[in-house]
Design a protein around this ligand. Structure first.
Ligand SMILES: [Zn+2]
Length: 682
C-alpha cells in the first residue's frame, strides 16, 4: 500500500492490479468439475494434486503472465468487464467536462494514444532531470527529494506518508518508512550466492541502459550505475528485513521533530517537511530508526555526483513504464523478463488499465462504472449474512478455547464484536473532481492524479480518521484486514466464482468465500494482528500465560511451513508467511464451523458423488490452484508473506480433523499430521 498505512493483510499479493469484465458468461463452469481432478492420487496423500491435478496438467501460463490460477482467471474476467466499459466510455468525447465518464474515458484514451506517447520520447523526464542537475550541494538534497516524493515521481531514499497512529488509532501521524531500492528486497543486495550475484550484474547493466536512454553518454553510464549500486547497497544493509517488519512493535518509534533531527542530523528535515506541506511536525513514527541513521550518514558522505546518479536512476525508473517504447521495453526486460521470467509484454490496454485502476489513480471513478454493471445488491446481502455467520462461529470457538484464559477471552470477544465490515464498494466514493484529465497527456494525467493523492494524504494530518476509505478498488480479486481500523474488506471483484457463486451449493461457497472471510477475520488474531485491540490500538490485551500458550501453537505453524520445499534449493520461509498461514488455518476452521452451523439439523446431500464436506474442501483447494514461472516463484518466496498455493492447500488441511473425516484419512497418511505437531489455534 502507498502511504505506509500499517500493512493491510490481504488474501493475495497486492502487487498486481487486477481488473475486471462484461456480463458473466452464460454457461458458468460447474463448481466442481471432475476433469480438473487427478483421482490417481489419493486425497490423503496430496490433496492439492488430487483436487487440481487435471487442471494443473492442462493449464499453461499465458505468455504475458508470471502466474495463472483461480485468482488470475477471475481477474481476467473482471478486467475484460472493465475493458469494455473503458473502450465504450473513451469512444465518446461529448461527456460533460469534469464528469466521471469524461475523466475515466480521457485517461484511458491518453494511455492508448501510443503515437503521442512515442513522440514525446524522454521529454516528460526532462524537468526532473534538470532539477537534479541544478543541485549545487548536499543541502539541495532535501528540496529535490521533497519535490520527487510530493509528485510521486521517484526520488528514492525513503517514504513519507500520513496514516493512523498505531498506538492512538483515532489520530493520524506522519510515518517515515525505509525505501529507495531498485531490486525487490534488501536481501538481493546482501546475499552472496551465484544467483544473487548474477542478478546484480544484470541489474547494473539495466540501470546503465536506462540512463543512456534518458540521454546519458554511454561512456559514463557504467560508472553512474556503480554509484547507484553503492547507494542502494548501503540503504539495503541498513534496512529491516521483511520478517522483522512483521512485528508492529519493531516498527513503532514515535518521536518528536528534535529526536528525528538528532537521529539523522545531516539531512535538512525542516526544508524537506516544509516543501511537503508539513509546517509543524508534532510527532513522527520513524518505522526503522537504523535505516534513517544510515540515510543521514549518506546525506553527508556521498558526493554530489553520486547523489545525482542515484536520483536520476530513480526518476527514470519511476517514469519508464509511461514513456516511449524504448523505456517501456527496457523496464519490461528487467522487471518482468529477468526477475519474473515473463516472456511477453502485456498488450497496451492491459497496462493502461492497470495504471488507471488503482486507488491512487482513477480506480474508484472507474469502479463506479464497474459496479453498476457487475455487482448486485443481492450479492452484498448474501455476503453480509455469510460474514455474520462466520463471526458467530468464531465467537463460539473463542468461548470454547481450551488454552485461553477468561480475561483474554473477554478481550478477544470484544475485538471480534468490533470488527467493521465493508462489502463490494465504498459507500462514499473518493472525490476525483480536482484531478484534471486531458486527452493526449498520459504522463501528465498520471502525475496530476498522484500529486492529488499525496496532497490529500498529507492534508489528513489533524483531521478525524476517515473510516470510509478503501485500500482496494472494486474490481480487485482480493480482500484485506486492517489492524488499525479493525475492519475486514471484500471488494466486488472477489465475490464471484470460484469464490462465491449464487448458483452453487453452500458447501462450495463456504469452502471458497467462507474461507476467505475467515482468513481476514483471523488476521485480527494472527501473530501481528493479535497485538492490536478492539479499537485498533497496538496495545497488549493478553495475559502472559495466554500469550505463551498462543506462541507455542504458532511455533508449530512456523515449523510446518519451514519444512515445505518449494524449489529444489528453496523452502518456504515459515516466519515470513506466519501471519498468512495462521489466517489460512483459522479461516478454514471457522468457515467449516459456520457452514455446519448453517445446516442446523439438515445434512448436506451428496452432489455428483461428493459429500457436502468433500465439496467444501474441494473448492478450498480449487481457489489456491495455480501454475507459476520458477523465476516468479523465487521472487515470491523472498518477498511474499503468502505461501505458494500448493502449501496454502495442504498446510492447513493436514492439521484439520474435519478434513481427515471427510476423506477417511488414517494415521500415517501424509495429509494427516501427528497430533503432537499439529497446530490448533482457533
Ligand atoms: Zn491474508
Amino acid at each position: 500500500m502507498s502511504h505506509l498505512s500499517p500493512a493491510l493483510l490481504s488474501i493475495g499479493l497486492l502487487a498486481t492490479t487486477l481488473v475486471a469484465q462484461s456480463p458473466a458468461p452464460k454457461t458458468a463452469p460447474k463448481a466442481i468439475d471432475p476433469a480438473n481432478l487427478d483421482t490417481s492420487v489419493k486425497p490423503c496423500d496430496d490433496f492439492y494434486q488430487y483436487a487440481n491435478g487435471g487442471w494443473l496438467k492442462r493449464s499453461t501460463i499465458p505468455a504475458d503472465k508470471a502466474r495463472f490460477g483461480s485468482f488470475e482467471e477471475l481477474a481476467d474476467r473482471n478486467r475484460d468487464t472493465l475493458h469494455a466499459i473503458l473502450e465504450e466510455t473513451s469512444k465518446r468525447t461529448d461527456w460533460k467536462k469534469g464528469s466521471i465518464e469524461q475523466k475515466v474515458g480521457d485517461f484511458y484514451a491518453s494511455g492508448m494514444d501510443a503515437g503521442a506517447i512515442e513522440k514525446l520520447g524522454a521529454a516528460p523526464l526532462k524537468p526532473w532531470l534538470d532539477r537534479i542537475e541544478a543541485m549545487r550541494g548536499p543541502k539541495d538534497l532535501a528540496k529535490v527529494l521533497a519535490a520527487f516524493h510530493g509528485a510521486r515521481a521517484g526520488g528514492g531514499g525513503f517514504g513519507l506518508g500520513v496514516a493512523q497512529d498505531a498506538k492512538n488509532s483515532t489520530q493520524y501521524i506522519v510515518q517515515l518508512n525505509q525505501g529507495g531500492l531498485g531490486l525487490p528486497d534488501r536481501d538481493y543486495y546482501t546475499k552472496d550466492d551465484a544467483k544473487s550475484k548474477e542478478l546484480r550484474t544484470k541489474y547494473l547493466a539495466h540501470v546503465a541502459r536506462m540512463m543512456v536512454l534518458a540521454g546519458e553518454d554511454p561512456l559514463d553510464a557504467g560508472a553512474h550505475a556503480d554509484a547507484v549500486m553503492l547507494v542502494e547497497t548501503r540503504l539495503a544493509k541498513a534496512s529491516m528485513t521483511r520478517v522483522e517488519q512483521r512485528d508492529p512493535q519493531k516498527t513503532y518509534h514515535k518521536m518528536a521533530m528534535s529526536e528525528l533531527v538528532q537521529l539523522a542530523p545531516q539531512f535538512d528535515w525542516s526544508a524537506y517537511l516544509k516543501d511537503r506541506g508539513i509546517l509543524k511536525l508534532e510527532a513522527v513514527n520513524v518505522r526503522q530508526p537504523g535505516f534513517f541513521k544510515e540515510f543521514g550518514a549518506l546525506a553527508d558522505q556521498l558526493t554530489l555526483a553520486e547523489w545525482r546518479s542515484y536520483l536520476r536512476w530513480h526518476a527514470i525508473s519511476s517514469a519508464a513504464p509511461y514513456l516511449s517504447r524504448a523505456f517501456v521495453d527496457e523496464a519490461f526486460d528487467f522487471n518482468s523478463r529477468t526477475l519474473n521470467g515473463i516472456p511477453q509484454q502485456q498488450d497496451r490496454w492491459k497496462r493502461v488499465q492497470a495504471v488507471l485502476d488503482t486507488p491512487s489513480a482513477l480506480g474508484e471513478a472507474a469502479g463506479q462504472l464497474y459496479v453498476k454493471k457487475a455487482f448486485s445488491p443481492e450479492s452484498k446481502q448474501k455476503m453480509v449474512v455469510l460474514i455474520e455467520n462466520l463471526r458467530a462461529a468464531l465467537k463460539e470457538k473463542i468461548i470454547a478455547l481450551p488454552w485461553m484464559g477468561e480475561d483474554t477471552k473477554q478481550q478477544a470477544l470484544k475485538k471480534l464484536a468490533a470488527f467493521g465490515v465493508k462489502v463490494g464498494y465504498p459507500d462514499k466514493w473518493k472525490d476525483a473532481s480536482k484531478i484534471e484529465v486531458k486527452r493526449g497527456d498520459f504522463y501528465g494525467n498520471i502525475m496530476r492524479a498522484r500529486a492529488y493523492e499525496t496532497r490529500h494524504n498529507i492534508e489528513r494530518l489533524g483531521q478525524p480518521i476517515d473510516r470510509t476509505e478503501w485500500g482496494m478498488t472494486p474490481s480487485t480479486v482480493n480482500a484485506y484486514y486492517s489492524p488499525t481500523m479493525n475492519e475486514i474488506v471484500f471488494p466486488a471483484g472477489i465475490l464471484q466464482p470460484p469464490f462465491f457463486d449464487a448458483n452453487a451449493d453452500d458447501a462450495v461457497n463456504y469452502g471458497g468465500i467462507g474461507a476467505v472471510i475467515g482468513h481476514e477475520m483471523t488476521h485480527g488474531f494472527d501473530d501481528s494482528g493479535s497485538q492490536f485491540d478492539a479499537d485498533g490500538n497496538l496495545k497488549n490485551w493478553w495475559t502472559d500465560a495466554d500469550k505463551k500458550a498462543y506462541e507455542r501453537r504458532t511455533d508449530l505453524v512456523v515449523k510446518e511451513f519451514d519444512a515445505f520445499k518449494s524449489m529444489p534449493d528453496q523452502n518456504v520461509n515459515g516466519k515470513l508467511t506466519l501471519g498468512e498461514n495462521i489466517a489460512d488455518l483459522g479461516g478454514l476452521k471457522i468457515a467449516y464451523a459456520a457452514w455446519q452451523k448453517s445446516l442446523g439439523s439438515m445434512t448436506a446431500e451428496p452432489i455428483d458423488g461428493y459429500t457436502g464436506p468433500q465439496r467444501f474442501f474441494l473448492n478450498f483447494a480449487i481457489i489456491w490452484r495455480n501454475v507459476i514461472r520458477p523465476e516468479a516463484q523465487r521472487v515470491r518466496l523472498n518477498t511474499d508473506p503468502h505461501s505458494p498455493g500448493q502449501f496454502r492447500t495442504i498446510g492447513p488441511l493436514s492439521n484439520l480433523p474435519e478434513f481427515f473425516t471427510a476423506f477417511g484419512c488414517n494415521d500415517g497418511d501424509a495429509m494427516k499430521r501427528a497430533e503432537d505437531v499439529r497446530p490448533s489455534i482457533w
